[in-house]
Each structure stands twice: as structure tokens, then as C-alpha cells.
Design a protein around this ligand. Structure first.
Ligand code: HEM
Length: 435
């Protein structure tokens, strides 16, 4: 369970240096473990003492301007760290598996048109309705397993009603995103069985979408009324012949929507909820602000800063690059280096973020890097923002919502990252929050 004051100063680097002298693999293992379990303290130490931290396995980039530099140079720092696995699962290129191609430019533009920011009011309402339905169903038990019964239920419902991608059923869609994102995408060890399962899920997803595309097209030709969802919009859009957006590209981009959302959305909801419930005073202020969703949302984003869902964005350095040139941090990153840009550290960089250890809902948006930056910045940012905030808002407005004592109340995370279980109390007769 995360705690409020995790960022005590430590001596991770001494322990790392000693381990490195004995056995480089175990030293790298220490860093990997700390990045999962003790990341705030580790990153605080790195920002201070080795802001561009070169290990024999990878280089960790911890200061805000340097993270921004890595994410802004898509031709130097590419997504080849995970792109090929994602591409294999989808059986075709996708914007998040390639860098700086005409396909990136064209399809991100097209999908941004489809995911119009003008949709957000309706999407917020949809998420609120789905969240309340899930919470009403759980209320009689006095508790809710929030990851599957609430967060994923809302995310899958948004996929169904807003994206127009219900899957054959929510369970199957959920299984596909787990196999491709949680297992396949994060399969850094390259386990062939996991990769095969991810490719199988991708093939099933594409077959389903291809059939649905044909049915939508037939329904349109027959003049039937269709809902105004993203899939229908894509099918209805007449694009110039020869620009390279055929049915397969539509299917791949539709597949990318739940892949981008069903794991990361609930991930962000779980972490933000926990961080708010850990701070009773802040929580009381947030609930007071909840009548105005926009004021409330600021609490969610600031809470997420204390445990961002994506802590590291991996890149491969394609050619020698001097990072942070013109600063004392100047470091040559050789071609072939696995670079871990750490937004979770950047958002605590005191040179950019005032008093980063303080909880301040009024911080400007650019002090938070939850949706990435630059070339691969999140396509789904507008709907994702309102779905996350509205779901958390509906949850926290329930009287008696609270963290349960450990171990029951602990967030269980698949692969140490993706929330899989988070039981919360929902009993109006119970104490308001866990002390
Ligand atoms: C409607 C929901 C969402 C959709 C459809 C979506 C989709 C996508 C897509 C397609 C990309 C790749 C963009 C590109 O390569 O140009 C992306 C990137 C990204 N998304 Fe989302 N996403 C959603 C929600 C979220 C959430 C909830 C988070 C985290 C809180 C998130 C964080 C990110 C990040 C950090 C990146 C950049 C990845 C990188 O640079 O390696 N997304 N998203």
C-alpha cells in the first residue's frame, strides 16, 4: 500500500554501487525493484546525485527538462523498446509502434478528429451513469472490489458506448486488453508463450472488428439509424482514395482504443483514489469541491502525481545523443541504450514544480506528465480525463467510502503495475476513512 510520506532520503546509491562492484545483474535488479516499490525515494536521490543514471542495463532520466528532451526527439529515442511486440500482437503497424512515419502523422490526425474534445460532456455523463450503476450494485454488500466491479466496468462501458467497441462481451474485451497490454506489451523478458497469447488475442480482436465493420457498413447502406460513436464515425467518413487508410487501418486504430484505455484508465483511477483516501483532510476538501466537477478534477490529478500510473516511458536511443547539453548533467547516451524516461520523477523536480512534496490541487497541468509528451502523447487524453475524474468523483461521493485495513485493503497489481484488486469499504455506517 502506498503511503503519504514515501520520499524519505535514503542511500540507494551506496547500496547500488556496492552491489555493482560484486554483481552487475543484482545491482540492476535492485534498481528495478526500487523503481516499483520505493520509487519516490530512489528518484529523489537520483535527481539530486545522478540525474541521468547510467547502469549497465539501462539509463534512467529523472529531471523534468531531460525527460521532456527524450520524449521530444522521436527520431533519436524511439518506441522500439516495446513497438515490435505491440506490432506483432496487432499484426500491423500502429502509431505507438512506430516513430515519425507518415502513418503516425496521418492516423493520429484522423483519430483526433474522431475523438473530438467536444464529446467530453457526454462522455462524463456516460462515465457517471456507469459508475453509479456499478456502485449501486455493490452498495448492499457494504464494499466494492473497485478494479473489476467499478473501474474496469466503467472503462469497458465507455468502450462499448462511446468507442462503439463492446466486444463480443465485456469479459472477452477485458481478456484481450490484459493479454496484449499487461502480458504482451510489458513482456520485456520476451517469453514466447506470453507473446503467442498476446498475438492470439490481437488476431481475435481484429477478426471481431473486421466483422463489425462489415456489419456497420451494411447497416449504413440499408439506411438504418446508427449511434454516434467513434466506430460509426470512422465508417461514415469518406477519405480521399489513396491516402492509405483502408479497412485494415480502421480496424487497427479501433483496436488501439481499448488497448490504450482499459488498463491505464482503471490504473489511474485506482492510484488516484488510494492517494486521496490516504489524505483525510484533502479528501474532505475534494468532496466539498465535488459539486463543481472541474474543481474536483484538480484533486484527482494532484493525487495521481503522488503515484502516477505510468512511472517510466521506455525508449531505445537510435544514435549517439548528448542529453542535457549545456547543463552540468550533460551525458552522452550511446546508440543502442535502453532509456527509461521517468515522468514520475520529473513531476517532483523542484526546479520546475514548486514545493513538489506538497499537495497543491491548483498546480498547472503541464507540471503533470501523466499522458506523455511530444510525438506519442496520449491520443485519448480528452475522454480519459473526464472518465477517470468522474468515476473517482462518483465513488468518493458515496458516504462511508474508505480504505480497508491491510491486507484486504491493499491494491494488488498484476506484474507489479496493473491494478487487479482493490477492495474498498462502502458502508455508510462505517467510519469515514481508514485512520
Ligand atoms: C480514452 C482513453 C485512452 C486512449 C484511447 C488512449 C490511447 C493512446 C494512444 C493510441 C497512444 C499512442 C499515441 C501515439 O503513439 O502517438 C497513447 C499514448 C499514451 N497514453 Fe493513452 N490512451 C487513453 C488513456 C490513457 C490513460 C488513462 C493514461 C494514463 C493515465 C494514458 C497515458 C498515455 C501515455 C503516457 C502515452 C504515451 C506513451 C509513450 O510515450 O510511450 N492514456 N494513448
Amino acid at each position: 500500500m502506498g503511503t503519504v510520506d514515501q520520499a524519505t532520503t535514503g542511500s540507494h546509491l551506496e547500496r547500488y554501487d556496492q552491489a555493482l562492484a560484486r554483481d552487475p545483474m543484482s545491482a540492476i535488479g535492485l534498481i528495478r525493484d526500487w523503481m516499483r516499490t520505493d520509487w519516490r525515494a530512489l528518484f529523489a536521490e537520483l535527481r539530486e546525485r545522478r540525474p541521468i543514471f547510467v547502469t549497465p542495463g539501462f539509463t534512467v532520466v529523472t529531471r523534468y527538462p531531460d525527460v521532456a528532451e527524450v520524449l521530444s526527439h522521436e527520431k533519436v529515442f524511439t518506441v522500439r523498446a516495446f513497438g515490435p511486440r505491440l506490432e506483432a500482437a496487432l499484426g500491423a503497424p500502429f502509431m505507438l509502434s512506430r516513430d515519425a512515419t507518415p502513418m503516425n502523422w496521418r492516423e493520429k490526425g484522423l483519430m483526433r478528429v474522431m475523438l473530438s474534445p467536444a464529446d467530453v460532456a457526454g462522455v462524463r455523463e456516460l462515465a457517471g451513469r456507469l459508475a453509479d450503476e456499478a456502485l449501486d450494485a455493490a452498495a448492499p454488500q457494504g464494499r466494492v472490489e473497485a478494479v473489476h466491479r467499478l473501474f474496469r466496468r466503467v472503462a469497458l462501458g465507455v468502450c462499448a458506448e462511446y468507442f462503439g467497441f463492446p466486444g463480443p462481451d465485456p469479459h472477452t474485451l477485458s481478456r484481450w486488453t490484459r493479454a496484449i497490454i499487461v502480458d504482451g506489451f510489458a513482456n520485456f523478458g520476451g517469453d514466447p508463450r506470453i507473446q503467442a497469447a498476446s498475438e492470439q488475442a490481437g488476431a481475435e480482436m481484429k477478426a471481431y472488428l473486421t466483422e463489425r465493420l462489415a456489419r456497420l457498413r451494411a447497416a449504413r447502406s440499408a439506411g438504418r439509424d446508427l449511434p454516434d460513436d467513434v466506430f460509426t464515425r470512422l465508417v461514415a467518413t469518406v477519405l480521399p482514395a489513396g491516402i492509405g487508410v483502408d479497412d485494415e487501418r480502421i480496424v487497427v486504430n479501433m483496436a488501439g482504443l481499448p488497448l490504450g484505455f482499459v488498463e491505464s484508465g482503471p490504473g489511474a483511477m485506482a492510484e488516484a483514489t488510494e492517494q486521496l483516501l490516504l489524505r483525510p483532510q484533502v479528501l474532505a476538501q475534494a468532496v466539498e469541491a465535488a459539486a463543481d466537477p472541474e474543481s474536483f478534477d484538480r484533486y484527482v490529478w494532484e493525487a495521481l502525481r503522488f503515484n502516477p500510473f505510468f512511472k517510466l516511458l521506455p525508449r531505445i536511443c537510435e544514435r549517439d545523443h548528448v542529453l542535457a547539453a549545456g547543463t552540468p548533467r550533460r551525458t552522452l547516451v550511446p546508440a543502442g541504450t535502453l532509456v527509461l524516461a521517468a515522468p514520475a520523477s520529473a513531476v517532483f523536480d523542484a526546479d520546475v514544480v514548486d514545493e513538489p512534496e506538497e499537495f497543491r490541487p491548483e498546480r498547472p497541468d503541464h507540471h503533470r506528465l501523466f499522458f506523455g509528451l511530444g510525438h506519442h502523447s496520449c491520443l485519448g487524453i480528452h475522454p480519459a480525463r473526464v472518465v477517470i475524474c468522474e468515476t473517482v468523483r462518483r465513488l468518493l461521493l458515496r458516504p462511508g467510502v474508505r480504505l480497508l485495513p491491510q491486507p484486504e485493503g491493499e491494491i494488488i497489481r498484476a506484474g507489479g503495475v496493473f491494478p487487479d484488486r482493490f477492495v474498498l469499504g462502502l458502508d455508510p455506517a462505517g467510519p469515514d476513512v481508514r485512520p
